[in-house]
Design a protein around this ligand. Structure first.
Ligand code: CA
Length: 232
């Protein structure tokens, strides 16, 4: 895997920024830094980084505003770093187009794991442009053309909603999807009752996946936030 990725580190706390930058250097990543939201937008526009690590609590702009502005022209993966007090903002950030999140205090190992996962997802996305008729992840296979899904070669008998949920997770493999994002995509709206139904659909979808899987958890729950399909 190519580690020469360019990472934009957006963080106003100098000690945290130094910790991240030092870790990136030892792992062979290239980096640029921004201590404010305005500077982050300028750096993102002029250097086109491969990944953005974004602190949500910035002195000038809301981190969420940075995401909205960057998203207006770029699909660069954004990993949000938030303090616990910013939990609500974290969900808003994911809805605005952030790809993943870390909660402070975080371990550098966890940060590196998230970066690697983002790299794998990027590699997968680039690859799948050519071969988009079929999705494969571990023992799971989705055949978009035939509208079928299978696990270890066994066809999964999914309801239309379960199948759409599975496709949505597959198309965003490795990425955390919020309840709001999912219910908007599936039902076109978000009400409390939709989120409750979503839980039920996810539970039955999981049960069907688990029936033929070797114990691998394909769908991860992020409590209070949403779901993610693990990229194997
Ligand atoms: Ca901060």
């Amino acid at each position: 895997m190519n580690n020469r990725m360019l990472v934009l580190v957006v963080e106003d706390d100098k000690s945290v920024r130094n910790l991240i930058v030092t870790t990136l250097k030892t792992q062979g990543y290239r980096h640029i830094e921004a201590p404010t939201g305005e500077e982050a937008i300028v750096q993102a526009a002029s250097h086109n980084p491969d990944v953005i690590l974004l602190d949500l609590g910035l002195p000038d702009l809301e981190g969420v505003e940075v995401i909205r502005r960057v998203r207006s022209w770029s699909n660069t993966p954004i990993i949000v770093i938030s303090a616990r007090s910013e939990d609500a903002d974290k969900i808003t950030a994911l809805d605005a187009g952030a790809d993943d999140y870390l909660t402070k205090p975080f371990s550098v190992d966890e940060l590196m794991a998230r970066l690697r996962a983002t790299q794998r997802r990027l590699a997968y996305t680039n690859m799948s442009v050519a071969a988009d008729a079929c999705f494969e992840n571990g023992a799971l296979k989705v055949d978009y053309a035939a509208n079928t899904a299978s696990m270890n070669g066994e066809e999964l008998h999914l309801t239309p909603i379960e199948y759409r949920l599975l496709c949505l997770l597959a198309q965003n493999v490795g990425k955390v999807l919020t309840h709001t994002f999912i219910t908007q995509k599936i039902w076109g709206k978000t009400m409390e009752s939709d989120i409750a139904s979503l839980r039920v659909y996810m539970a039955t979808l999981r049960k069907k996946l688990d029936r033929y899987s070797d114990g691998t958890q394909y769908i991860q729950t992020h409590i209070g936030i949403g779901y993610r399909m693990t990229k194997l």
